[in-house]
Design a protein around this ligand. Sequence first.
Ligand SMILES: Nc1nc2c(ncn2[C@@H]2O[C@H](COP(=O)(O)OP(=O)(O)O)[C@@H](O)[C@H]2O)c(=O)[nH]1
Ligand SMILES: [Mg+2]
Length: 248
Amino acid sequence: MPAPRDAVLVIVPAWNEERNVGTTVHEILDADPRYHVAVVDDGSTDATAKVAADAGATVLSLPFNLGVGGAMRTGYTYAQREGYLRAIQVDADGQHNPADIERVLAGLETADISIGARFSDVGDYEVRGPRKWAMSFLASVLSRVAKTRLTDVTSGFRAAGARAIDQYVRYYPAEYLGDTLDSLVAACHAGLTVTQVPVAMRPRRHGTPSQGPIGSAKYLLRSVFALGLALMRRTRSTAPEELQETRA
Ligand SMILES: Nc1nc2c(ncn2[C@@H]2O[C@H](COP(=O)(O)OP(=O)(O)O)[C@@H](O)[C@H]2O)c(=O)[nH]1
Ligand SMILES: [Mg+2]
């Protein structure tokens, strides 16, 4: 039986989040009865899967660690199979406020993908120095690709309508940060539309991020190169058609 038309699959990527995932799942389920939760337990070595299941989530357990992108693709595949028309990523660590899910979903009324963006004058999220430059560079490139102004393109708090779910099942890269950027570029190239809504991010509840400041700076730099490749893919894949046009 397919999911009810107004149901929303909330996909929660989780890697060793036994201390956070229970609260996160409870908060999501309490926010709205139409929210169904799928926790993608990505080869955790702690009790993440059990805590998530006890809290009322469907748990998709991967046999080994694939990274956030691999986990999200798993979640979107599940959404497609179960017939959900809307899905949204919410991190297990508590940074994404379930009270904002509704706002991010509202963006789907006008676009295929809606990004919950930090620092759109809401909240006090701040980055400085090279990280800030890299993020605003990436945002300006992506804004051009998406043909709309985007300010926070590495945010994982993002919703997908039915067309975007299908697109993500076809293509979703696994690399940290590359997952958010490259999937967005591919979606835009496939003709999907993007919008952003302002949200405030909360601090991670327990534990430390999977990447420290040096790790995330390194990944950010890699993403700049990966983005270049993603943009080139488009050039290559459109070239033969252009060639045909000039021949015709
Ligand atoms: N499935 C999966 N989730 C991960 C992995 N690394 C981090 N996460 C989850 O992705 C979310 C964001 O990760 P986090 O380390 O907080 O990254 P940050 O918020 O970008 O600093 C959290 O819910 C993590 O549990 C991973 O390798 N696989
Ligand atoms: Mg986090």
